[in-house]
Design a protein around this ligand. Structure first.
Ligand code: C2O
Ligand code: CU
Ligand code: CU
Length: 458
């Protein structure tokens, strides 16, 4: 009873404080839903995706935008290690598109996870992406990657989850926990279209395409939340009133142990998989905090992302394992070092890696298979950049000279303003032989040049 009343009060307060229909509202309270799931069977996941201009309803408003099969929240692809994804991509847009499996350790060649492959308007392309039998289980995602169009298409909503099953399988007390997928995606609607900008008051932030959905847990219940930032450019700083998060995995890579955090930082492209244990009955808000990406960057106001209702009969708590499984520490195995410099023009319109803008025909870095490289990534700009490399994760060892614990691998890291990070990237899996890219995952920066090529040779 009390919780119902509280929820109602929240909803009403949200309404009366709403300034304009665009405003991120507590006003809309939808029941939590997840995107449809397409799962593999007998080792193969078959799916066809047709991006086209579609009129959808988001946040109670109509918008005509680029979407896969008319869905602002397109299907979650669910596979097991060792499976093959067979995708037919039919481009019904009037610009090029393609398909990237963000974070997967798979081949970058041919019709696998090859972002140099562009699918022209009206064309059809079959992809075949084979996951190795020892692929790390966890949350990955997919989005288009044609240089110059990645930001626009992702911001329109062309992004979805890709889950490799088995994250909690080794832990008997955790493996049957209920799980929820929370995909964070932002947009602005102007004149019925998605606006170019992602800053200002009118940004609508969604979870699985919904504004402020209601998530219900029982008192004491523990759930696995798989949270991914699958938007183009925004950062999220998530908190849940009265609760903390126990982090299981980051960017699809299980950690060596659970760590407890009050705030989850999700940079563009980042994922985090956490245990949430519900407290006493009541209503709690999942919020994202204010973010400032620097003098040359952007300021984002915080917002309510979801309403969590704890109600019903209590559940007895699960026993958490003291440790998860060991994670390989790559320090001491480094075979080569290099420095990567991120910078931008004074007008903020051109973005560089090593003083150059992206050229898909130029090979910027050559690496021999087997190398384990330490990269110092330096940010010379007056705003935050976020480093990502394709075909697998790396180990973060230092941020501005401060050593980092060796307990996880990841594929997204922020490079502080006028600062640097050190990462160790293993180029050891024979699957990744070929050419691929690394870039800033603020996709507007990537589209404006902050991307480079790398070739791994046998
Ligand atoms: Cu989400 Cu080039 O990646
Ligand atoms: Cu990627
Ligand atoms: Cu950037």
């Amino acid at each position: 009873m009390r919780s119902t009343f509280l929820l109602l009060a929240t909803v009403i307060a949200g309404c009366s404080s709403a300034r304009g229909a665009d405003r991120q509202g507590q006003a809309v309270a939808e029941t939590f839903k997840e995107p449809p799931v397409v799962a593999s069977s007998a080792g193969v996941l078959r799916i066809s995706l047709t991006p086209r201009m579609s009129t959808v309803t988001v946040a109670g408003r109509q918008a005509t935008l680029m979407a896969y099969d008319g869905l602002y929240a397109p299907p979650t692809l669910r596979v097991r290690r060792g499976d093959t994804i067979r995708l037919r991509l039919t481009n019904a847009l009037n610009e090029p598109t393609n398909f990237h499996a963000h974070g997967l350790t798979v081949s970058p060649r041919g019709n696998s996870d090859n972002i140099f492959l562009h699918v022209a308007p009206g064309q059809m392309q079959d992809y075949e992406i084979r996951l190795p039998a020892n692929h790390p289980p966890g949350l990955y995602w997919y989005h288009p990657h044609p240089h110059g169009f990645s930001d626009e298409q992702t911001r329109n909503g062309m992004s979805g989850a890709l889950i490799v099953d088995g994250l909690l399988d080794p832990f008997p007390t955790l493996r049957h926990l209920p799980e929820r997928l929370l995909l964070l995606k932002d947009l602005q609607i102007r004149d019925g279209r998605v606006a170019i900008t992602h800053i200002g008051e009118n940004t609508i932030r969604t979870i699985n395409g919904m504004v402020n959905p209601v998530i219900v847990l029982r008192p004491g219940e523990t759930q696995l939340w798989r949270i991914g930032n699958v938007g183009g450019d925004l950062y999220y700083l998530l908190t849940l009133d009265g609760h903390r998060f126990q982090v299981v995995a980051r960017d699809g890579n299980r950690r060596a142990r659970l760590t407890t955090l009050d705030t989850l930082r999700l940079s563009p492209g980042a994922r985090v998989e956490v245990l949430v244990t519900a407290g006493s009955p009541g209503v709690y808000l999942l919020r994202t905090g204010d973010i400032d990406t620097g003098p040359a960057g952007n300021k984002y106001k915080g917002a309510v992302m979801a309403t969590v209702r704890v109600e019903g009969s209590p559940v007895s708590p699960v026993v958490l394992p003291p440790a998860l499984l060991p994670v390989e520490d790559l320090r001491g195995k480094v075979t080569n070092r290099r420095t990567i410099v991120l910078s931008e023009s004074n007008d903020g319109n051109t973005f560089f890696i090593g003083g150059k803008t992206f050229d898909m025909n130029r090979t910027d870095i050559r690496v021999k298979l087997g190398a384990i490289e330490e990269w110092t990534i330096r940010n010379e700009a007056d705003e935050l950049h976020t480093f990502h490399i394709h075909q697998g994760p790396y180990q973060l060892i230092e941020i501005n000279g401060v050593a980092q614990p060796a307990d996880d691998h990841r594929d997204i890291v922020d490079v502080p303003i006028k600062g640097e990070v050190k990462v160790i990237i293993p180029f050891t899996n024979p699957l990744i032989v070929g050419r691929f890219v690394f870039h800033c995952h603020i996709l507007s920066h990537e589209d404006k040049g902050m991307m480079a090529t790398i070739e791994v040779t046998p």
